[in-house]
Design a protein around this ligand. Structure first.
Ligand code: EPZ
Length: 422
């Protein structure tokens, strides 16, 4: 298994390009199952999770041609020949469950393995199931698989979600595009990835309104056609690299993606004394006068502070002046980076969904262990400001969601290298 070594203490300077969004692309790719005509995605990110979704779609009989070094995905599901999403693929990546709605809508039947829990939480699918049942599907759990049937097709309905789940919103919206009649989805998720998915579905001929608000209305149509769609910028990659100069010092321009993708996050960086400025190409971030200031953070659904940037923010606050309280409200077990930061000398106390971070002068490099995608990158960020070397192990987590992290960071002056494992 590969590791990454970071030597701290170098200020950063230059530009970092931001790729297309993993979490948008993982919802956009299953949309190809809704039509027998080709769907092409441009600005696609080059990540192991995208490869896993490609394997899944191919296992259902879809074709996925990767072009321009993976930036363009030309997909077609003209010849769907299997309606089962196998456990062996789903257990590797829970976003595989986003084929459930499209398969059900297109073929009237789908069998999808339940993903099971993951490092950051139980992550049940009750909201996906409740929404699809409201559209008329019969869903049964058998041997770890969800068996979903709608032999006469789906029927529009009014659905009010208990929680604004991103995945459930995506599955329900995709299914409702081919349902008879209209669907009103209340308490829908408002994340930019949802907005991007709806833009793509509309380009395929879907009739949808209200994306980005809490109420999405879908008028079902008989069929969808082909389209080409550019994947929106990755706001989590953007936020991650905004924290790099905030920790290491210096000035970096993030090219691609604007502050509108991260309203609450930009506000918190500003409150911590980090200078965030919009530019023509993206966002410039600089930290000049010493340590950041402590701020309290509470993760929330969009437009609130994203849970996928909580670990990276903790890495910044570990050396801020003063004490910060981070509250994680989305996932029940998302502080596993805290003990690793404490190995580097951070002063953190975790109680349930709250972490109290007393800022220290400087962290010290140490060997640390990545536990999940965002935790792994927070350890690399912490290493940029630490004294000496930090070795982050199990970086396969990182490759799921970050393209060429060591190249992007060394291009702005960071001392970082990957050590190939056996
Ligand atoms: C998406 O996951 C993202 N993944 C996650 O990013 C992100 O953390 C999350 O949204 C929240 O923003 C992808 O888009 C592929 P949810 P998703 O359904 O759809 C509970 C990353 O690092 N819930 O909004 O799974 C659930 O347990 C990943 O890139 C139910 O209880 O998130 C969780 O506590 C990590 N029942 C909360 O809602 C359900 O049926 C949020 O889940 C569904 C969800």
């Amino acid at each position: 298994m590969d590791s990454i070594i970071v030597t701290g203490g170098t200020e950063l300077k230059g530009q970092i390009p931001i790729a297309g969004a993993k979490n948008a692309c993982l919802a956009l790719m299953p949309a190809t199952l809704l039509s027998d005509e080709p769907l092409t995605l441009t600005n696609a990110p080059r990540l192991s999770d995208i490869k896993t979704m490609t394997l899944l779609l191919e296992s259902l009989g879809a074709e996925v041609r990767s072009m321009q070094e993976g930036r363009v995905l030309a997909m077609s599901s003209h010849d769907l020949n299997n309606l089962t999403a196998d456990y062996d693929i789903v257990r590797k990546m829970r976003a595989s469950n986003l084929v459930l709605g499209p398969l059900l809508a297109r073929a009237g039947h789908a069998v999808v393995s339940l993903p099971g829990g993951c490092a950051i939480g139980a992550r049940p699918m009750d909201l996906h199931i409740a929404g699809l049942e409201a559209l008329g599907a019969q869903i049964e759990l058998k041997d770890g698989y969800l068996h979903a049937d709608a032999p006469k097709g789906l029927k529009g309905a009014v659905i009010e979600q208990r929680f604004a789940s991103v995945g459930a919103t995506e599955n329900i919206v995709m299914a409702a595009t081919l349902a008879k009649g209209s669907t009103v989805l209340k308490n829908a998720a408002r994340e930019p990835e949802i907005v991007d998915l709806v833009k793509c579905l509309r380009a395929m001929g879907a009739q949808i309104a209200g994306e980005g608000t809490a109420t999405i209305e879908i008028q079902g149509v008989d069929r969808l056609h082909g389209a080409t769609h550019p994947v929106v910028a990755d706001r989590i990659e953007l936020g991650t690299y905004m924290i790099a100069p905030a920790i290491a010092g210096g000035e970096v321009e993030l090219v691609g993606g604007g502050m509108d993708l991260l309203p609450a996050f930009c506000e918190k960086l500003d409150a911590a004394g980090i200078v965030v400025t919009p530019t023509e190409k993206g966002i410039r971030v600089s930290r000049s006068n010493g340590r950041a200031k402590a701020v309290d953070v509470k993760t929330e659904v969009f437009p609130g502070f994203p849970t996928d940037l909580q670990a990276q923010m903790m890495a910044l606050l570990a050396t801020a002046k003063g004490t910060s309280v981070l509250e994680e409200t989305i996932f029940e077990n998302r502080f596993m980076h805290a003990p690793e930061l404490m190995r580097m000398g951070a002063d953190i106390e975790v109680h349930g969904g709250h972490a109290t971070v007393k800022g220290v002068e400087r962290l010290k490099g140490a060997p640390v262990m990545a536990t999940d995608l965002r935790a792994s990158v927070s350890l690399i960020l912490a290493g940029l400001g630490a004294e000496g070397e930090t070795m982050v192990n199990r970086v396969y987590h990182l490759d799921r969601g970050y393209e060429r992290v060591e190249e992007k960071l060394s291009a702005v002056g960071a001392r970082i290298e990957r050590v190939k494992g056996e």
